[in-house]
Design a protein around this ligand. Structure first.
Ligand SMILES: Cc1cc2nc3c(=O)[nH]c(=O)nc-3n(C[C@H](O)[C@H](O)[C@H](O)COP(=O)(O)OP(=O)(O)OC[C@H]3O[C@@H](n4cnc5c(N)ncnc54)[C@H](O)[C@@H]3O)c2cc1C
Length: 521
């Protein structure tokens, strides 16, 4: 996936694209993937890096949503369980089957969760990942050695999927790019172009790296900008009512031994009625999350002190050793693009997580809400509008069984798994030069060859792209990522032919971002 080559396609101003997608998070990438599966020409424009927004800040679960089942949102759960099963088949290198254990402290909970999860199993049908079952107190303690034992009666085990969100976004981008889509990061949409009837016919764009402006033509334009959707809707119709209510969720990352074992802990109902997860992920434990209304859409939202306290206190209620601020290796926050409720003050946990596709008078199509897990179906539902908007034949969607970039039946071991079929080429690169075989950081398995690979093949252009989303060091251990930044900046400068001034600017930019992932005190 080469940025310079894709920019040349953008420069061809006479080309009329079938679909232009604004936003390179899971929603926009789902649209691009589905469009390409139907033989449409598609261009995707992301103003920052792929998955820089909410799509790299999830709990990393490919799930039907046990909570949505409890809320009676059966349609959403059926849909998500089907997508879960298909995604595990289409991207086995980036997803896995993860057992979860709900600790049981009362016999009522035993019955309630055992029955609920049997229904969850049944709803997944043939795509089920494993049978849920009650396990004894002894087995629960064996599998979750650090779980609080006072009053523990046993546990209910069930299965869901887990994934690397930012790398899955990249894999979808590369799948679309491999199939001929024009995919661009650091390219912002600055305005909509309309014809004399007020129909959207194109976009005004700026390359955020060299500040060049472009205009493109498209038969259908999709606004898939997550919490920023209102900004594009304002470009379309200034003064239109706000549609999005951002809701923040944070995660704390700590050492695995706070839980012990390979199983994840799931608390279906915290003090304030939310769900808490503590999930082993890439050698660390990811604990979250919260649900806090925020006024502003931000690309780099920050965790609030009260959210950090809430997660620490809630986790302490279920773990033998209470984690403290000093134990947190990184904190990351993300914003859910929820549909704004009609009634002021409605609770966010009551707002449906289903996605919506909205067609404006100008024929701008906006995709909002939804979940990472259902990105493909969200894309399919959006592309279905093409026939009506372009008044052209539309082939049926073929994205359900599309294998994603890196798909292989021989998954490489260790951290190489995430590269799937690309792993061998990166390992060979590491063998070609001693410098490339060096580790980026002593506590992480990643090699310098991965940085070169990310620049050459994965459109990484900034130090943050590498340390946050090509490899996930920033959200796993912010201090380790800060310590690695200079090494990364120097090798990237060689690849990208940049000077010392670029290196210093990158280090300053990265430091400003990375500090937000550290917890002080
Ligand atoms: C805390 C939390 C945990 C979650 N956990 C899970 C989970 O475990 N499993 C799950 O299935 N779902 C989960 N979700 C939901 C899921 O992460 C989101 O639904 C999904 O990532 C939203 O993707 P998006 O593409 O709509 O938005 P984003 O990822 O935010 O993408 C929008 C993109 O648009 C770009 N953009 C904005 N304006 C412009 C412009 N003018 N020009 C070009 N580009 C622009 C932005 O830079 C951004 O990259 C979670 C959400 C949160 C907040």
């Amino acid at each position: 996936m080469k940025r310079e080559e894709n920019l040349k396609q953008l420069a061809n101003s006479s080309k009329i694209w079938d679909i232009a997608v604004i936003g390179g998070g899971s929603s926009g990438l789902g649209v691009a993937l589905d469009a390409i599966s139907r033989g449409l020409s598609v261009i995707l424009l992301e103003k920052s890096d792929f998955a820089k927004g909410t799509s790299s800040r999830s709990t990393k679960l490919v799930h039907g949503g046990v909570r949505y089942l409890a809320q009676g949102d059966v349609g959403l759960v059926f849909e998500a369980l089907k997508e879960r099963g298909k995604l595990l088949q289409n991207a086995p290198h980036l997803t896995q089957n993860q057992p979860f254990i709900i600790p049981i402290f009362s016999w009522f909970d035993r019955v309630q969760y055992s029955v609920g999860l049997k229904i969850y199993d049944w709803m997944a049908g043939k795509l089920r990942l494993g049978k849920s079952r009650f396990i004894s107190r002894e087995e629960t303690i064996k599998r979750l050695p650090a779980v609080k034992q006072k009053g523990l009666k046993g546990g209910v085990v069930y299965h869901d999927g887990q994934f690397d969100d930012a790398r899955l976004a990249l894999s979808i981008a590369m799948t679309a790019d491999d199939a001929g889509a024009c995919i661009l990061n650091y390219t912002a949409v600055k305005g909509l172009v309309k014809d004399e009837n007020g129909k959207v016919t194109g976009l005004k764009i700026r390359d955020e790296l060299d500040r060049k402006n472009y205009t493109l033509k498209a038969k259908m334009v999709v606004n898939a900008t997550g919490v920023f959707a209102d900004k594009i809707l304002q470009m379309d119709k200034p003064g239109s009512a706000k549609m999005i209510q951002p809701s923040q969720g944070i995660h704390l990352v700590m050492d695995l031994d706070f839980l012990g074992g390979k199983d994840a802990l799931m608390i279906p109902k915290t003090k304030d009625g939310r769900v808490l997860f503590a999930v082993p992920w890439q050698g660390k434990l990811v604990v979250g999350t919260t649900d806090t209304l925020r006024k502003k859409a931000k690309l780099e939202p920050e965790a609030m002190q009260k959210e950090i306290d809430f997660v620490l206190e809630t986790a302490a209620g279920y773990l033998t050793k209470a984690p403290t601020r000093a134990d947190v290796k990184a904190v990351f926050a993300g914003l859910r693009p929820l549909a704004r409720p009609k009634e002021e003050g409605a609770k966010t946990k009551e707002i449906s997580r289903s996605h919506k596709v909205i067609l404006s008078e100008s024929k701008l199509v906006t995709l909002t809400g939804g979940k990472w897990t259902t990105f493909r179906k969200m894309g399919e539902d959006t592309v279905n509008y093409f026939q009506q908007i372009a008044e052209e034949h539309l082939a049926p969607s073929a994205s359900l069984d599309m294998k994603l970039h890196g798909h292989t039946t021989k998954i490489p071991t260790g951290h190489w798994a995430g590269y799937g079929s690309d792993a061998k080429a990166i390992q060979n690169l590491a063998k070609s030069q001693a410098e490339l075989a060096e580790k980026i950081h002593p506590d992480f398995p990643n090699l310098m060859a991965e940085v070169v690979w990310a620049v050459e093949n994965e459109m990484a252009v900034k130090v943050e792209d590498v340390l946050s989303r090509r490899i996930r060091m920033l959200i796993l251990d912010a201090k380790a990522a800060m310590d690695s930044a200079e090494k990364i900046a120097r090798i990237m400068a060689e690849q990208l032919k940049k000077d010392e001034q670029w290196i210093q600017q990158e280090l300053e930019d990265f430091r400003k971002v990375a500090e937000k992932y550290l917890i002080k005190g």
